[in-house]
Design a protein around this ligand. Structure first.
Ligand code: NDP
Length: 401
């Protein structure tokens, strides 16, 4: 029987274990561990009530490699699913190497004092995982994750050559709060306020945060304003598919979100360097996180749908072609199924699928892998079977901005 350790009892971790419990023939014995065990216990109670499956729980500090390795050994697990924070990626990869087990995450490593969103720290583990005969699968969420697999699917089935890639992440949902982020506020705000970079003709082009705004008419959701951003899958996709001439990422934000964010930024509340407050060092963004709504509580009030997908232009059989591969996900349906909003759901389901493909041996390898390096077919099939069905449409012309 497979034994799995999931670390991180937040919004995403909750979805991951609910979805794993629905597939208990693959996942066998599941343990959820996090900094605070009561959060794991609350999630385990919900899984029990919804599916009848028992999730074991534990307390762990994922910044501590030795403590995590001791827990892995005590439980006898063969796969660690990291849905804690990007800060823990390296300590958890070290714990996997130390104990000889496989690793999966949904976000690339970030040092606490720099918002860099770069893969080089984790790619540097390639040789150690390869020599140990172990697999590390990076970025098995939606974006990164499904968006990487959509690109691999397009390359395998829809286009002979991909020239341009635009990843469009639209949240058409409304949570009824003045200001809240859909996933961990600290990570979300670091991403949105970072310089924008996109890949063009073999190099990175940098522009200021939130400086390129475009309106786009999304399927089902309708017209929304979206802003160009940097997102980590651009780095791995431009490396693994070097034929791509231009790769960009876009995310929708409402006017109220942008106004709040600009005020918070202007007054220094999004800073990630320490300031002294009453004789103690605090990081303003971490303090802000403590007063903002917890994303894992937004499910109860969020209504509307998300539409996340890739628009890719290129050539098929000598003809120019533009394809749009996307998923529509309904916040209220997710809440009814697993008690979470769609952002946690769209991240947690792909993490479960990546883990299932590793455990069943459909995805295997020795070393550190991004999602586009794997065969997209079994992953795309499982998306349809486990709550994130995808659609493909052909567009008459590429994006004209
Ligand atoms: P949350 O903040 O809701 O959850 C993170 C959890 O990790 C919390 O329970 C937290 O504990 C726990 N944690 C933090 N530090 C430690 C530690 N040192 N030891 C043990 N546990 C710890 O975040 P989300 O669930 O929203 O996001 C989880 C991950 O998913 C993040 O890395 C995020 O970047 C990623 N993500 C990826 C997406 C994708 O599409 N690829 C989209 C959205 C998110 P505590 O409760 O005590 O704070």
């Amino acid at each position: 029987m497979n034994k799995i350790l999931v670390i991180g009892a937040g919004g995403v971790g909750s979805v991951v274990v609910h979805k794993m419990a629905q597939l208990s023939e693959v996942f066998g014995e599941i343990t959820l561990a996090s900094r605070r065990q009561f959060k794991c216990d609350e999630i385990a109670a919900s899984v029990k009530a919804r599916t009848g499956v028992t999730i074991h729980t534990a307390q762990v500090d994922a910044d501590d490699t030795d403590a995590t390795a001791a827990l892995i050994e005590k439980l006898g697990v063969t796969l660690l699913v990291n849905v804690a924070l990007p800060y823990q990626d390296l300590t958890l990869m070290d714990a996997c190497l130390k104990t000889g087990i496989n690793y999966l995450d949904t976000a690339n490593y970030e040092p606490r004092d720099e918002a860099k969103f770069e893969y080089h720290w984790q790619w540097a583990y390639q040789q150690r995982f390869e020599e140990a005969g172990l697999m590390a699968l990076l970025g098995s969420g939606f974006d990164p994750g499904v968006t990487n697999v959509y690109t691999a699917h397009a390359k395998k089935h829809l286009l002979d050559r991909i020239d341009t890639l635009d990843i469009l992440d639209c949240n058409g949902g409304d949570h009824g709060q003045h200001f809240a982020t859909n996933f961990n506020p600290e990570i979300n705000i670091r991403e949105v306020t970072a310089d924008v970079r996109h890949w063009e003709n073999g190099d990175w082009v940098t522009t200021p945060a939130l400086s390129n705004k475009q309106a786009f008419d999304f399927p089902v959701v309708g017209e929304k304003n979206m802003y160009q951003m940097y997102h980590e899958e651009l780095e791995s996709l431009s490396k693994h598919l070097p034929e791509i001439k231009r790769a960009r990422f876009w995310m929708t934000f409402g006017d109220a979100y942008i106004t709040h964010l600009q005020v918070l930024q202007n007054i220094g509340m999004t800073r990630i360097d320490p300031v002294i407050y009453e004789g103690k060092e605090i990081i303003p963004l971490q303090f802000l996180k403590a007063v903002l709504p917890d994303p894992s509580d937004l499910g109860k009030t969020t209504k509307g749908k998300t539409c996340i997908g890739n628009i890719m232009t290129g050539e098929k059989d000598g003809e120019a072609k533009t394809v749009y591969v996307y998923n529509i996900c309904d916040h209220e349906d997710c809440f009814a199924e697993v008690g979470s909003q769609a952002i946690s759901y769209t991240t947690g389901v792909p993490a479960m699928i990546g883990a299932a493909l590793m455990l069943t041996g459909k995805w295997s390898g020795k070393g550190v892998f991004n999602m586009e390096q794997m065969d997209p077919d079994p992953f795309m099939d499982m998306l349809n079977e486990h709550g994130l069905p995808w659609q493909v449409t052909e567009l008459d012309k590429p994006l004209d901005f």
